[in-house]
Design a protein around this ligand. Structure first.
Ligand code: ADP
Ligand code: MG
Length: 551
């Protein structure tokens, strides 16, 4: 029974009691789990991939196509499953896109390894072969990378559209507009260092509010703050804003000493309060004096201070997040000041317009028309929380992919390659040639690695409803012909297609990260030959109700 369960991937993914699994058994189990996890998410790959609906313990519902999100929300318990979750997360963090692909490839590398182990190849040989294959694959990928210019909007849009192809966030018209807005955002925040393009993704702030529709999603050449103006009597709209940024409370600090002041007469109370009022007024005076007409502070603002600010016609927003303050500083050119006494005219930032607007039922403050802002925002709208979250994930992928595409890290992977599985197939073909140079059992491992790379085209074909076996044969034949490297799966037509002609291109850096992460994870998993689980000793098949013995 236990033996059976161990080989049943559906079963072993679930938490179980203490156990120890050794040698080949450990490997078999781990491989089965890796393959099972890949099988779960492979149906989401590509534009015809399906979405998954995930329901948490608390009943929250997530509907998504995003590999990293699916794996994360599944709360997989087994360490091998956790490794795969990790690589999907790394993929997400490093390049934003390719989270499903990395797990599909890792799963297939494990499956191929399993077949070799059954044939008597030692895991050490497989690991060595996989390492050789990864290194060569990365070289081939570099050769296949086509350079791109940030001004080549047409190609940038194509890459963006491929990234959004599998996302259920509206029709192509909507998607194209989103892609163009993200391109504007990237162009705005990118920097040229030594003629190389550097993009800090964190400088594109995603802000979301339920309501409206995805079509209302908007790029803002500045910052949106999810806060309202502090006092109803303050102005809601200020043109030519001179902005003070404070990490300072416009309040009276109650020190311990002050709390111990003994007040013995009503006169003293009055004097004390007057003193406080005066100090708060001085803060407002100072802001007026330096010429600020807008104030953002990370801390609080006392009612009295609010009153004076309103009287001076100054708009103030309090309890702004630290990250938002930093974004405001980059967008407006202002400096965050920690003591109001130090504030000077030179510290003020500038924006053509600061305005509080009602978005849905809530007020948000828009800081717009900044001069060459180095931080910008995208305000995402959608009719439900689920749709909003999926739109955010899609935009995160999009920003990641386009950044990966245009960023020049000087390593030869800046640019695009052909999608639809074409690049993986071409790398596989080159690896099969390379395998002939490798002696011994490692040759088998290099071939197995090449086979695993074919899983992307095979899965895209399968998910498009095509006969994946014959389509793959057809594709491999194409690849042996002149200029055949551009052939991949035309998902829309369930056939093979010229990816250059149908415009299916993707960042080389996404593929690079897939190869690196999948390779590393599989090597880690194949090295394990002893699994000791420290979780209690309760047999997983025992049911407490069948066991009347008190614990
Ligand atoms: P991932 O999480 O790995 O990015 P996706 O579901 O986004 O997974 O699918 C990405 C894959 O789909 C890539 O291999 C990409 O080349 C492919 N793809 C996207 N659009 C098309 C298309 N129109 N035709 C063929 N392949 C496509
Ligand atoms: Mg994708």
């Amino acid at each position: 029974m236990a033996e059976e369960n161990r080989l049943n991937p559906q079963y072993v993914v679930l938490p179980e009691g203490a156990s120890r699994v050794l040698g080949r058994d450990a490997l078999r189990t781990n491989i089965a789990i890796g393959v099972a996890v890949a099988n779960i998410i492979k149906t989401t790959l590509g534009p015809k991939g399906m979405d998954k609906m995930l329901i948490s313990d608390l009943g929250d519902i997530i509907i998504t196509n995003d590999g990293a999100t699916i794996l994360n929300e599944m709360n997989l318990e087994h360490p091998v499953a956790k490794i795969l979750v990790e690589i999907a997360k790394t993929q997400d963090k490093e390049v934003g896109d390719g989270t499903t692909s990395v797990v599909v490839i890792a799963g297939n590398l494990l499956k191929e390894a399993g077949d070799l182990i059954e044939k008597g190849v030692h895991p050490i040989n497989i690991i060595a072969g996989y390492k050789l294959a990864t290194a060569r694959a990365l070289e081939v990928l570099k050769d296949l990378t086509n350079k791109i210019s940030i001004e080549d909007t047409d190609k940038l849009v194509k890459v963006g559209m491929v990234t959004l192809a599998s996302k259920n966030i509206g029709d192509d018209k909507v998607k194209e507009r989103l892609v163009k807005e993200v391109i504007s955002a990237i162009k705005q925040v990118m920097e040229k260092v030594d003629n190389k393009i550097i993009v800090d993704k964190d400088r594109i702030k995603l802000e979301k509010k339920v309501g409206g529709s995805i079509e209302d999603t908007k790029y803002i050449n500045g910052i949106v703050i999810d806060k309202e103006v502090a006092h109803p009597n303050m102005p809601k709209r200020i043109e030519n804003a001179k902005i003070a940024l404070l990490d300072y409370a416009l309040e009276i600090k109650k020190t311990e000493a002050e709390e111990r002041i003994e007040i013995t007469s009503p006169d003293q109370i009055k004097k004390f309060l007057e003193q406080e009022q005066e100090m708060l007024k001085e803060m407002a005076d100072k802001l007026k004096e330096v010429g600020a007409n807008v104030v953002f502070t990370q801390k609080g603002i006392d009612d009295v201070a609010q009153h004076f600010l309103a009287k001076y016609g100054i708009m103030a927003v309090r309890r702004v997040k630290k990250s938002d303050m930093e974004a405001l500083a980059r967008a407006t050119g202002g400096k965050i000041v920690t003591t109001i006494d130090d504030l000077s005219k030179n510290d003020l930032g500038f924006a053509g317009l600061v305005e509080e607007r009602k978005i849905g039922n809530e007020a948000m403050v828009f800081v717009e028309k900044c001069k060459d802002p180095k931080s910008v925002s995208i305000l995402i709208r959608a009719s439900s929380q689920q749709a909003l979250d999926e739109a955010e994930r899609a935009l995160t992928d999009l920003i990641g992919a386009l950044t990966a595409l245009v960023e020049d890290r000087g390593d030869g992977y800046s640019g695009y390659v052909y999608g639809g599985g074409a690049t993986y197939l071409e790398i596989a073909r080159k690896l099969e040639e390379y395998a002939k140079e490798i002696p011994g059992k490692e040759q088998l491992a290099v071939k197995a690695y090449a086979n695993a790379l074919k899983s992307i085209a095979a899965t895209l074909a399968e998910n498009s409803g095509a006969d994946s076996v014959s389509l793959l044969v057809e594709l491999e034949n194409k690849h042996t012909q002149k200029n055949g490297a551009v052939y991949g799966v035309d998902v829309a037509n369930s056939s093979i297609g010229n990816m250059s002609e149908i415009g299916v291109i993707e960042p080389a850096r996404v593929v690079r990260q897939v190869l690196i992460s999948a390779g590393e994870a599989v090597v880690i998993i194949l090295r394990i030959d002893d699994m000791i689980s420290a979780k209690g000793t309760k047999s997983s098949s025992s049911n407490p109700s069948e066991n009347p013995e008190p614990e």
